[in-house]
Design a binder for this molecule. Structure first.
Ligand code: PAF
Length: 273
């Protein structure tokens, strides 16, 4: 596995690449969810590139940038053992300069749900993903469905800016007890982890309701809120695949999303129905 730390070097390395390139952008602290993205990319491409870059611009003031888990050596090993061809490992100064051109998230879809809890967060996400895609110029880029709004906005960016990369959505990976994998799970105490299981329980219950024919969004959301209580709920919402809130679940076109804060840790999950 080749490790490259500057955009210039990586662009040089890939410039004559004629094979298909699969790209997985990450912020490190890799887990099985990231491995699922890598393995999918390996199945579908001849060359696989992973980036590890803890992007400062997507963290708001007072968020967990400073304490975000860093596992550089373990991450390198995971990438190597997973068959990654190129690991891109830049510093913030390699990616950002002074007086930057910036990319703004859409005013509606970028400022609801996660964007309402974290105003400006998606500006940082879209800007860094745009930069990384321009550096790697991949055939396909892989993102997890757990960050459904991020995935939606990146797909929108690629479409609206007429970019040629294909965005591939990959299913969420869960622990046996249902907890969705996330680098932030490392912050949870055993007691908080136990409380966090209510998220998966609420989504399972919502799915069961839909399977019984209950499609009314308010009824489903109310039931989920009861299951999640007394956790601090940032939002429970039902949207269609365009991220527009809907009053009735449309099978094949809906996402039920939840975000709670457990012991100061923001946890997201969702189910695509
Ligand atoms: O999902 C993430 O890990 C980050 O938001 C991403 C896409 C790597 C951009 O920094």
């Amino acid at each position: 596995m080749k490790i490259i730390s500057t955009p210039f070097e990586l662009k040089e390395y890939l410039k004559n690449e004629k094979r298909t390139v699969g790209f997985i952008p990450t912020m490190g602290a890799l887990h099985e969810g990231h491995r699922a993205l890598i393995l999918r990319a390996k199945e579908e491409n001849e060359v696989v590139v992973v980036s590890i870059f803890l992007n400062p611009t997507q963290f708001l003031k007072g968020e967990d940038l400073e304490k975000y888990p860093k596992k550089d050596e373990a991450d390198k090993l995971i990438c190597k053992l997973s068959g990654v061809d190129v690991l891109f490992f830049p510093q913030a100064s390699d990616i950002y300069g002074e007086d930057e051109v910036s990319l703004l998230a859409p005013k509606v879809r970028g400022y609801i749900l996660e964007g309402e809890s974290r105003p400006g967060h998606f500006n940082g996400v879209l800007t860094v993903v745009m930069k990384l895609l321009n550096i790697v110029n991949p055939t396909r880029a892989y993102f997890g469905k757990k960050d459904a709004q991020q995935l939606n906005l990146i797909t929108l960016m690629v479409k609206q800016l007429f970019m040629s990369v294909t965005i591939v959505a990959v299913d969420t990976v869960r622990e046996k007890d249902g907890l969705a994998l996330s680098s932030r799970n490392a912050y949870l105490s055993p007691q908080e982890r136990q409380e966090a299981l209510k998220i998966a329980t609420s989504l399972r219950s919502a799915t069961a309701m839909v399977m019984r024919g209950v499609l009314d969004a308010n009824t489903i959301v109310e039931n989920m809120r009861e299951i999640l209580a007394p956790l601090e709920i940032s939002y429970v919402a039902i949207v269609n695949r365009e991220f527009v809130q809907i009053s009735h679940v449309e099978l094949g076109n809906s996402i039920i999303l939840v975000e709670v804060v457990v012991g100061g840790t923001r946890l997201l999950d969702n189910i695509w129905l």
